[in-house]
Design a protein around this ligand. Structure first.
Ligand SMILES: [Fe+2]
Length: 277
């Protein structure tokens, strides 16, 4: 395969990189999205056969029905490539073929998105002088987390936040409503569609780049349609080995105002992290 290097200049102005999907990847993305919607239509007990058993495991199928000020009702599915053998075994217990099709669509999407992810990492390595970064990303692909999400609707979707990991690939969304908080400190709709995705840095990459890159704040607003129809999306959280992690014990990330990290001095930003043990 040819050694592609993505142009990542827009990280300095927009805070993310818009990426037109290569056609084969676009086909995988659309197939995985259709397959996720098919899986969501299965009866609840069948879906739970692909669950880690409790919400702390962060594995496979999860149903969340949180109460309180940030109430939201959603179902989600987390998968990393190292789980694939286990899912293939578990799915034999589900009689509906849509479950098996979903697992295979996930697998195909993980495989197909890897070149794009590594191409982004090469661009970042070159543009921001992060020596060895592309190899760190490429070498950890067994542990990239792919999240499939289905909000059931209502007024609450995703509150403003920055992601904790390395960087985030917003693969697909069934409806508009996603917004990013720009460096101009205003909210803007983001360009995610059937043909285009965006990739943006999260907290660990801001730390790894010594503040050169900024973890992008984002949110999902309800629309008239999603209030009743709900919303489906797919996201890839790309991690790499890093010796520090964001320390929630000091202050929860969602308790900061949007964009707090865009102009924070390095010492202050670094103090939010602790060594990974
Ligand atoms: Fe996010």
């Amino acid at each position: 395969m040819k050694d592609c290097i993505m142009n990542v200049d827009t990280l300095k102005t927009l805070g993310f990189v818009p990426v037109a999907y290569p056609v084969p990847l676009r086909e995988r993305v659309l197939a995985a999205m259709a397959s996720w919607q098919g899986f969501c239509a299965l009866p609840e007990p069948e879906k739970r056969k692909l669950s880690g058993g409790d919400r702390l495991k962060d594995f496979g199928y999860m149903f969340r029905n949180d109460a309180g000020a940030t109430a939201d009702r959603k179902e989600l599915f987390h998968v990393v490539r190292t789980n694939m053998g286990e899912f293939r075994r578990m799915v034999r217990e589900v009689s509906d073929p849509r479950a098996g099709e979903f697992i295979e669509a996930i697998n195909a999407l993980i495989e197909a998105s890897a070149p794009l992810v590594v191409e982004f990492a090469r661009g970042v390595e070159r543009e921001f002088g992060l020596s060895g970064f592309a190899d760190e990303v490429s070498g950890s692909q067994d542990n990239w987390t792919f999240r499939y999400l289905h909000y059931f609707g209502g007024d609450m979707l995703a509150n403003a936040h920055a992601d904790r990991g390395g960087f985030t690939l917003h693969l697909h969304e069934s409806h508009p409503g996603g917004e990013y908080f720009g460096f101009d400190r205003a909210w803007h709709p983001w360009p995610v569609s059937d043909t285009q995705t965006i990739i943006f840095p999260s907290m660990a990459l801001q730390h790894r780049s010594h503040n050169a890159l900024k973890a992008l704040w984002h949110r999902v607003l309800p629309t008239e349609e999603t209030r009743t129809a709900g919303r489906y999306s797919m996201v890839g959280f790309i991690d790499f080995p890093h010796s520090f992690r964001y320390n929630d014990a000091v202050k929860r990330l969602q308790d900061f105002p949007p964009g707090f990290n865009y102009d924070m001095p390095w010492d202050e930003f670094h103090s939010l992290f602790v060594p990974r043990v």
